[in-house]
Design a protein around this ligand. Structure first.
Ligand code: NAD
Ligand code: WQD
Length: 329
């Protein structure tokens, strides 16, 4: 298949492009490099020893998107492009609402115009809000605590309505839990600009001595050790989940949780990271971070039953590969 990968120079998009190329698909990436580097495109080629086409364009730019669609005959689109920093979305809501929802609408519009019928969307477990764990796809979505989360809810609704109105349009809404780790080559991975917001990149930077210590946001949650519990998923498992979703896509809207189904606490992750990599991660316990929930983990039975996909890599591999990437950067 010929697949348009938006945001393919980014963290999850680059790993998914590797898996797509290795599965024999043709990959065309469009990315404006607002949160990624051109080197990643070369690294994808280096890992796979395959060619791909890259456009440095903004997917909210209709003329640019129209031109890309007219140059190719796509079988499907995987839409990763978007902004993802939760705190920044509170400070600059319009920037987030605009980029994340307009990009979705523009891509859906040109899919319809050019007869592209398969659309895979990067959603997030954040859409479950404060539902009880484990999160199941059939749950009613509850308010998220930030504009970023709302952009995912809105994009899901837009794509659902487009599929309702166009009966041969096939949409897969993939709700990612907490993606971590890197390709085992250490050539691509997560390299956030500035001080990381997310736990794993923060841990790797502390272990490397680039940051002094980790601040653990709260140890008074109703969890086994009091720290927040999340469903961390290896980014390569997540990437494989996209290919499974794409290859099984049929008309209509399909929602899948992509996680491991297992909750890990902040302290458990820190201890595992130290043990697997033989490094220290100094930390202090501080107050809770506003907007955080106590626990988030997936019910993964639907993806297993319908896509034949389950996460294969465990928390030790996630820690090993995240560290390998940090050491190579
Ligand atoms: P990322 O920032 O590494 O990748 C996103 C890519 O999109 C970047 O390369 C950026 O340059 C590009 N981009 C942004 N806006 C664009 C635009 N208008 N036009 C073209 N390119 C644009 O982020 P990621 O972690 O790889 O996330 C990919 C997707 O998955 C995002 O939609 C994100 O919201 C979603 N998601 C991420 C996580 C996570 O924890 N990383 C969890 C759930 C969902
Ligand atoms: C994980 C745990 C923190 C940093 C976010 C988004 C979500 C999704 C994934 C995109 C929590 C704790 C963290 C630190 C800490 N992204 N923590 N010290 O908040 O589960 O999810 O990223 O869709 O939408 O909200 O991930 O990695 O920030 O936090 O103690 O310096 O680590 O409190 O319990 P989160 P995270």
């Amino acid at each position: 298949m010929h697949i348009l990968v938006t945001g393919g120079a980014g963290y999850i998009g680059s790993h998914t492009s590797v898996v797509l190329l290795e599965a024999g698909h043709e990959v065309i990436i469009v990315d404006n490099l607002s949160n990624s580097k051109i080197e990643t495109i070369d690294r994808i080629k280096q890992i796979t020893k395959k060619e791909l086409i890259f456009y440095q364009e903004d997917v909210t730019d209709e003329a640019a998107v129209d031109a890309i669609f007219s140059n190719h005959s796509f079988d499907g689109v995987i839409h990763f492009a978007g902004f993802k920093a939760v705190g920044e979305s509170v400070e600059f809501p319009l920037k987030y609402y605009y980029n994340n929802t307009v990009s979705t609408m523009v891509l859906a519009k040109y899919c319809l115009k050019y007869g592209v019928k398969q659309f895979v969307f990067s959603s997030s477990a954040t859409v479950y809000g404060e539902n009880d764990v484990p999160f199941v796809e059939t749950m009613e979505l509850l308010p998220t605590t930030n504009p970023y989360g709302e952009t995912k809810v809105i994009s899901e609704r837009i794509l659902t309505d487009v599929a309702k109105a166009n009966r041969d349009f096939a949409v897969s809404l993939l709700r990612y839990f907490n993606p971590v780790g890197a390709h085992e080559s250490g050539l691509i991975g997560e390299d956030p600009r500035g001080i990381p917001n997310n736990l794993m990149p923060y841990i790797t930077k502390v272990a490397k001595g680039k940051l002094e210590k980790l601040r653990i946001f709260g140890n008074d949650y109703p969890t086994p050790d009091g720290t927040g519990v999340r469903d961390y998923i290896h980014v390569m498992d997540l990437a494989e989940g996209h290919v499974a979703a794409l290859e099984k896509l049929t008309p209509g809207v399909h929602v899948y949780n992509l996680g491991t189904g297992r909750g890990i606490s902040v302290l458990e992750l820190v201890k595992t990271f130290e043990e697997v990599n033989g490094v220290k991660v100094p930390y202090e316990i501080v107050g809770r971070r506003p907007g955080d929930i106590a626990e988030s983990y997936a019910d993964v039975s639907k993806a297993k039953a319908e896509l034949g996909w389950t996460a294969k890599r465990g928390i030790r591999e996630m820690c090993r590969d995240a560290w390998r990437y940090e050491c190579g950067v």
